[in-house]
Design a protein around this ligand. Structure first.
Ligand code: FAD
Length: 432
């Protein structure tokens, strides 16, 4: 029985039932169609980065962990150029004019300021950039970065488990999530299982921002494990080599037993929480996103993408009881600033931990989803405009910018969460 998976999502007003209905009937089908388009299916990523925290595990040799990189001729022509030249249709002339003007101004400035001022300006820009970024982005120009066709490398069961996978999760939860106070009054100890650390009663020892951080991570973990359970590899036991990818209800029950409140419903609700955060980010950035060209060089398809985006954003905006980011980082400004900085630094670490994942397929989807979440946080918490009705529009482009990789990861990551919510419905049917 899934009767415990209902009612309000923790720390939000929105109900699970409402989200099930709007996602499964309206958002999920639209996203599926959009994400199959070239703009969203090709993701540029560096899977060769060295793990910054421990010496890398030997590379996983599992067949299903392998990722097929694209050949140059598979990549749409419009994506091959460097990012600034990507937007080429209607507003091309206007954009180029603007950037020429900026270049001229900068050029004039460059000839009149001293080297030390230039250095200070460069540092200021660098500092300013990092202030609003919540995750580490791969350097697009690195020779180690390659395009991956996400449709040909779906997120599913790979067999990645054991100490390597546990080290990643442990390091995320125990070293980067905020913990209840260790003052003796709470029973947390590192020996406890991760599950025991964040049971609902102990979550009350954490503030809203800390709970938000945990719920987003746990929601991502739920989503990953739901995908591997719903796209599970069945091998025939007679040794004929037949294989089948299908939902595995036993695996689902082992991980999300719906009658075990702390394990099943609570973790599943965290998925809905992460979904609500990304949904709100899309709503907030909608005016900005609507101005994007989604340029791939295929005019027909790019037009389809633009109209698909418009349609999706219209549906998304109808979602009731959205996540309200204005409740976070309030109170004493000094404390709020400190907390926000901690939150950002912890999330940045989580994005770096993704380079330590020992299975390439898991690393690909892990990096993409964490980057998508990081982009959502950047949209919600950078700049002054924060609140239930705030938006980021195109006129703020000079102050606020999203790279293609951020847009692609945000939509794909929301697509993963949406597909996970949809798969709960599938398991509900299979188990009834
Ligand atoms: P794990 O999922 O490893 O969990 C470890 C512990 O965390 C559990 O014992 C439990 O105490 C706690 N926990 C579990 N779920 C939650 C939750 N939602 N919230 C809070 N706490 C929780 N495997 C694949 O087959 N395909 C993939 O694409 C894939 N991608 C991955 C991506 C990343 C970034 C990582 C780190 C792992 C990935 N894995 C993937 C591996 C998968 O997530 C599991 O680690 C693996 O299946 C082993 O599962 P487990 O039952 O030992 O528990």
């Amino acid at each position: 029985c899934f009767c415990k998976l209902q009612g309000e999502v923790d720390d939000c007003k929105c109900k699970v039932e409402t989200l099930d209905s709007i996602n499964n009937q309206k958002i999920y089908p639209r996203l599926q169609s959009l994400l199959s388009k070239d703009y969203f299916r090709y993701f540029k990523v560096n899977l060769k980065k060295t793990c910054p925290f421990w010496s890398d595990d030997s590379r996983c040799a599992l067949k299903d962990c392998h990722v097929d990189m694209c050949n140059q001729d598979e990549i749409p022509p419009g994506l091959k150029g460097s990012e600034p030249t990507e937007k080429k249709y209607s507003k091309e002339a206007q954009d180029e004019d603007e950037s020429c003007e900026e270049q001229k101004e900068l050029g004039a400035l460059n000839t009149t300021i001293s080297d030390s001022t230039k250095e200070a300006l460069r540092n200021w820009t660098k500092h300013d950039d990092t202030q609003e970024t919540f995750c580490e982005l791969d350097d697009d120009n690195s020779s180690e970065c390659d395009y991956v066709d996400l449709l040909l490398n779906p997120e599913r069961y790979t067999g990645y488990k054991g100490p390597s996978a546990h080290r990643i999760w442990r390091s995320i939860y125990e070293e980067n999530c905020f913990k209840p106070q260790e003052d003796g009054s709470t029973p947390y100890s590192p020996q406890q299982s991760l599950a025991a650390v964040y049971i609902r009663s102990e979550m009350t020892g954490l503030c809203l921002e800390q709970r938000t951080f945990y719920r987003m991570i746990s929601g991502l973990h739920t989503s990953i494990n739901l995908h591997l359970s719903s796209n599970y590899l069945f091998q025939d036991k007679l040794g004929f080599g037949n294989i089948k990818w299908a939902p595995n209800t036993e695996e689902f029950l082992r991980r999300f037993d719906p009658v075990n409140e702390e394990q099943g419903p609570q973790r599943l609700k965290n998925l809905y929480f992460a979904y609500l955060v990304e949904l709100r980010a899309l709503i907030k950035a909608a005016p900005y996103i609507l101005e994007e060209e989604f340029y791939t060089g295929n005019e027909e398809e790019d037009k389809d993408v633009k109209s698909g985006i418009r349609d999706l954003l219209t549906v998304i905006q109808q979602a009731p009881d959205q996540f309200d980011e204005s409740k976070l980082f309030q109170g004493d400004p000094k404390e709020a600033k400190k907390l926000k900085e901690e939150f950002r630094a912890h999330f940045m670490n989580v994005s770096r931990i993704m380079d330590c994942v020992g299975c390439d397929k898991c690393k690909l989807w892990g990096k993409l989803q964490v980057q998508g979440m990081g982009t959502a946080l950047k949209i919600l918490f950078s700049g002054d405009q924060i609140g239930p009705h705030s938006t980021i529009n195109a006129s703020q482009k000079k102050k606020f910018q999203l790279r293609r990789t951020e847009i692609v990861s945000l939509f794909n990551s929301f697509g993963r969460l949406s597909s996970s919510v949809h798969s709960i419905e599938k398991f509900r049917h299979l188990l009834s």
